[in-house]
Design a protein around this ligand. Structure first.
Ligand code: PEP
Ligand code: MN
Length: 342
């Protein structure tokens, strides 16, 4: 349930309410909005008497929250969450943050060329996989720690933040040393021990939607991270599996406004894995911006036909530059900014 405080509730009244909740053995989560404060109550609400709470001074309303996710719900926190990534990126604010780079880090030359181009086009975050969740055990699995080092060095040379994936709990520590944002891939969205472990770290997390996950299941996964102590979660729509085979996945752009209404967490869109074909990526990137996404995750490669992973969906440098320019125009028309080309 949530306790909505009166706009003029005093600090003493709010603390008294928090105390009553805690004394009942429940957790309380406070959120200060521009007009009023909301107290989210987590735990067995049968332990609290709703009528007597409603009569306490400073209380405007006591409302039952019927969704199973609490900390990720818009009811618990009406203000949009803004997640800082690295020195200058802020995901969930006015700016649209673009994360671009290869599916996998392949060499020093490749990642340097990408970093230079990503920065020049005005993006602030570079992606690149070092530990790759490949569908086939015979496919390139990533450069591991060597890949993380190359990614970090190239990003630093061009003042970019870094996002990269972890696949196991054991990898979290080392990946956290090199990354500003840690990606949980679609295949691991329901790996609950991994979600709990990442929740115990303080690094921002990019939580991709599972291949067949409903929006509620996705928010429940975010709930694992938030309830383990990490408030910095960004959701990423990357397409879901449907009967359609013309595209690699079916990019569910309706998830953007739906998530915006259900949750305060920022949401970005990955059109690359969403469609799996570079001819359609830019169109879906533009549509994502128009739909209100807080950012984009896009695969690019200096020579996509030679890429060791996901070449068919990777944009060339020229295609990425054009995508950025057109997304920037759409962003401007809906009151959002995108980093300026350098
Ligand atoms: C990726 O970002 O390269 C990736 C493997 O994505 P997903 O987990 O969405 O398939
Ligand atoms: Mn990929």
């Amino acid at each position: 349930m949530i306790i909505v405080c009166e706009p003029r509730a005093t600090e003493a009244q709010i603390s008294a309410l928090q105390q009553v909740v805690r004394q009942a053995g429940l957790q309380v989560h406070r959120s200060d909005g521009t007009d009023y404060t909301i107290l989210g109550v987590i735990g067995d609400r049968g332990r609290l008497n709703r009528d007597s709470l409603a009569l306490m001074p400073g209380v405007r309303d006591v409302v039952a929250v019927s969704t199973p996710y609490k900390l990720s719900s818009r009811d618990f926190n009406p203000n949009d969450t803004v997640v800082p990534v690295g020195e200058s990126a802020r995901v969930g604010g006015t700016d649209i943050e673009v994360m671009a780079g290869p599916c996998a880090v392949e060499s020093a030359e490749q990642i340097e060329a990408v970093a230079e181009h990503v920065a020049r086009c005005g993006a602030r975050i570079m992606r690149g996989g070092a530990f790759k969740p490949r569908s086939s055990p015979y496919s390139f699995q990533g450069l591991g720690v060597e890949g993380l080092k190359l990614l970090r060095q190239a990003a630093d040379r061009h003042r970019l933040a870094v996002v990269t994936e972890v696949m196991t709990i054991e990898q979290i520590e080392i990946v956290a040393q090199y990354a500003d944002l840690i990606q949980i891939g679609a295949r691991n969205m329901q790996n609950y021990p991994l979600l709990t472990a990442i929740g115990q770290s303080q690094k921002p997390v990019l939580l991709k939607r599972g291949i067949s996950a409903t929006i509620q299941e996705w928010l429940m996964s975010a709930e694992y991270i938030l309830s383990s102590g990490n408030p910095n979660v960004i959701l990423c729509e990357r397409g879901i599996r449907t009967f359609e085979t013309a595209t690699r996945n079916t990019l569910d752009l309706a998830a953007v406004p739906v998530i915006k209404s259900l949750s305060h967490l920022p949401i970005i869109v990955d059109p690359s894995h969403g469609v799996g074909d570079r001819r359609f990526v830019a169109a879906m990137a533009r549509a994502a911006v128009a739909a209100g996404a807080d950012g984009l995750l896009v695969e690019i490669h200096p020579d996509p036909d030679k890429a060791l992973s996901d070449g068919p969906q990777s944009l060339t440098f020229a295609e990425f530059e054009s995508m950025m320019n057109r997304c920037r125009i759409i962003g401007t028309t809906i009151g959002r900014r995108m980093g300026r080309a350098r």
